[in-house]
Design a binder for this molecule. Structure first.
Ligand SMILES: NC(=O)c1ccc[n+]([C@@H]2O[C@H](COP(=O)([O-])OP(=O)(O)OC[C@H]3O[C@@H](n4cnc5c(N)ncnc54)[C@H](OP(=O)(O)O)[C@@H]3O)[C@@H](O)[C@H]2O)c1
Length: 369
């Protein structure tokens, strides 16, 4: 069956049968439209387990409007929130059928005739991020695209918007920290965690880090220390009466970050000083947070939440783009690093299985198109 037209759903494009298109629109398109190249995309028609509901398909060319930019995608990561969107459990998600992915980097392939400031060959990221980055060509309005420095390593450009930006905003938005202060976090091996360690270090702020007990955790501790972590503990090391006795000369942290929940969140709370704040931004263990009564009465702890999406409206794009440029510059100078595995698009489902944790702990999977 020939695929001759496209329907745009939240920026992704899907093939329609020729009989779905009015005959006059077929005629006009044939003579006047600028079309993108065909695209290869990771699509899901239903919500469910990502390894069963996703498939790689070819999509036909899409018609470009005057303000559209066609971007040849170079790389895009598989983040936990991408998985949650496909599962249908993320609060904001595209209507299905949809193309997966939310952030990434690409090279401008072609521009509509009203586009200004972007030319073929430029590197761009969708900012604010938007659905549908797991495909070889993406067509979106010029306002979506942020031009970046091409000297930044591709995999950092592809991953800067969600996790490093979260780390930066969380360090700056909740508690006013000064040089010499300390922060505590769990899930320290995550990209967010690795960025918190380095961004804190740049500000002369100490980090106390908690990781889970698993094969390879000693090696992970060493890696995090090389990134600048002051202390790294596995959860089992913290089964002591007074965790603060393990801190030697570090000040008690006023700010903590939790992306795990369960016991790992309780440990963050135990480290916090009187009046401290714990910010929850993820729930990797899927376990609830339990807070003792005394944490409120005697320590007056505050529990807050962070969701990047709230800071990603088009009205806030200018501010976010400035922070993204700052982070990309750190990456270019190798002052911000994190572990990634770059995987060819042909191996998408192998990478997806790794991202789903089916082979134990794995570095961030980044698809190279
Ligand atoms: N709220 C927001 O706006 C926002 C923004 C960005 C990210 N996030 C959240 O931040 C978290 C980290 O994201 P990321 O992309 O940086 O992560 P990532 O690099 O993909 O790493 C995943 C992390 O989760 C840990 N983990 C996986 N399964 C776990 C389990 N069952 N119990 C405990 N820990 C587990 C891993 O530990 P090991 O190294 O031991 O495998 C690793 O530290 C996620 O929850 C994500 O959804 C939230």
């Amino acid at each position: 069956m020939a695929l001759v037209a496209l329907k745009l759903i939240n920026g992704s494009r899907l093939a329609l049968h020729p009989t779905h298109i009015p005959s006059n629109s077929r005629t006009i398109r044939a003579f006047s439209a600028i079309m993108s190249p065909p695209s290869t995309a990771v699509v899901y028609d239903l919500h469910g387990p990502p390894d069963t509901v996703t498939r790689v398909i070819n999509l036909p060319p899409v018609e470009m409007k005057a303000n559209d930019v066609c971007v040849k995608m170079l790389a895009a990561p598989i983040n936990p929130s991408d998985i949650n969107r496909i599962e249908g459990v993320y609060p904001v998600r595209p209507e299905v059928p949809a193309v997966g992915g939310y952030e990434g980097v690409g090279e401008v392939h072609s521009v509509g005739n009203a586009v200004q400031g972007l030319s073929p060959g430029d590197w761009v990221i969708p900012s604010p991020p938007s659905s549908g980055t797991w495909q070889t060509y993406v067509v979106k309005d010029q306002s979506v695209w942020h031009k970046i420095n091409k000297e930044v390593p591709m995999e950092y450009a592809a991953t800067v918007t969600v996790n490093p930006l979260t780390a930066l905003r969380m360090l700056e938005d909740f508690v006013s920290l000064k040089a010499g202060d300390s922060v505590v976090q769990n899930g320290a091996t995550s990209i967010v965690g690795q960025c918190i360690i380095q961004l804190a270090k740049i500000r002369s702020i100490h980090s106390i880090n908690i990781i889970r007990d698993r094969a390879g955790s000693d090696e992970s501790k060493e890696k995090l220390k090389r990134l600048g972590a002051d202390e790294v503990f596995s959860e089992s090391q913290l089964e002591v009466k007074n965790v603060k006795s393990l801190l030697a000369n570090l000040p008690e942290p006023a700010l903590g970050f939790n992306c795990v929940g369960g016991n790992a969140a309780t440990l963050v709370l135990k480290f916090l000083r009187q009046g401290g704040t714990m910010v929850t931004y993820g729930g990797m263990s899927k376990k609830p947070i339990t807070v003792s009564t005394s944490s409120f009465i005697f320590k007056d702890l505050s529990l807050r939440g962070f969701w990047l999406q709230k800071l990603m409206g088009i009205d806030k794009a200018k501010e976010s783009r400035k922070l993204i440029d700052y982070l990309l510059d750190l990456a270019r100078q190798e002052k911000l690093k994190y572990e990634m595995e770059v995987v060819p698009f042909d191996n998408f489902h192998i990478a997806l299985n790794k991202a789903l944790g089916k082979q134990g702990s794995q570095p961030k999977q980044v698809i190279k198109f």
